[in-house]
Design a protein around this ligand. Structure first.
Ligand code: FE2
Ligand code: FE2
Length: 246
């Protein structure tokens, strides 16, 4: 039994959204996902998929993409991404009822892997717009957008705490924390999300959302304050799931 993660499949089986224009790595990326998952993941494994599943704007348009994910091996646990328009956070219970046992949607709840609780939410980070000088250094930003971002960060932090608290109330003391957005923005070394990971003693923090060489170093990767941070964006991993735990 093992725990795997991969994010940002950006599937579009029902809508016209070719991904090839974002670089060679996206060429036939669905086939890479199918092949890599088939080779690596066993039915008894847990596979957390960290958001941006589908370009579909609603449930009908996302249906084939979700069927594709459901056909991958392992127990699939899905996190919301910023592009997942098919998933209204407040209607997660209905999604879980509809897709049980093929897919599991993580929002204000938790799942388990051995004696670990798998907790998470979409998260949020401020992504500008920034004002940059000739040397590429950030010298200012749009404060209105920053204020709005802070509200979203607060809401997501509350949702994450709900997930942690649900697991804690059930007796769990070991946690793996999942986010769609990176835990810190390019301006931060710490955030409410890294602080919460430390507060509850999460052993791993897993996130995606960052696309393309220029963005891969936007947040924390590797060990930080005793916690292992993993970036699992599909294009970063060439669509090969990362094993988080054996
Ligand atoms: Fe994405
Ligand atoms: Fe995203």
């Amino acid at each position: 039994m093992a725990l795997y993660a991969l994010g940002d499949m950006h599937l579009a089986f029902s809508v016209d959204k070719p991904m090839d224009k974002f670089g060679r790595v996206w060429r036939k990326h669905e086939q890479k996902i199918e092949k890599n998952c088939g080779r690596m993941i066993q039915e008894r494994d847990i596979f957390v998929i960290t958001g941006d599943h589908s370009w579909g704007k609603n449930r009908a348009e996302a249906s084939r993409d979700l069927d594709f994910i459901a056909a991958l091996p392992g127990k699939k646990i899905l996190l919301r991404g910023n592009h997942d328009m098919f998933w209204d956070a407040k209607k997660t219970a209905a999604l879980n009822r509809e897709y049980e046992p093929r897919l599991h949607f993580l929002q204000n709840n938790y799942y388990t892997y051995r004696d670990y609780a798998l907790v998470g939410t979409k998260g949020y980070t401020f992504e500008g717009p920034f004002y940059v000088n000739a040397g590429g250094q950030i010298i200012g930003w749009n404060s209105e957008d920053e204020e709005h971002a802070q509200k979203l960060v607060q809401r997501e932090a509350e949702r994450l705490r709900t997930s942690f608290e649900a697991a804690k109330a059930a007796g769990f003391r070991k946690y793996i924390m999942f986010l769609h957005y990176p835990p810190t923005s390019v301006l931060e070394n710490e955030s409410i999300f890294t602080e919460m990971a430390e507060e509850y003693g999460a052993e791993h923090v897993v996130y995606s959302h960052c696309h393309g060489e220029k963005r891969f170093a936007d947040s924390i990767r590797g060990m930080h304050h005793g916690i292992h941070y993993h970036l699992v964006s599909g294009d970063y991993l060439n669509f090969k799931p990362e094993k988080i735990l054996d």
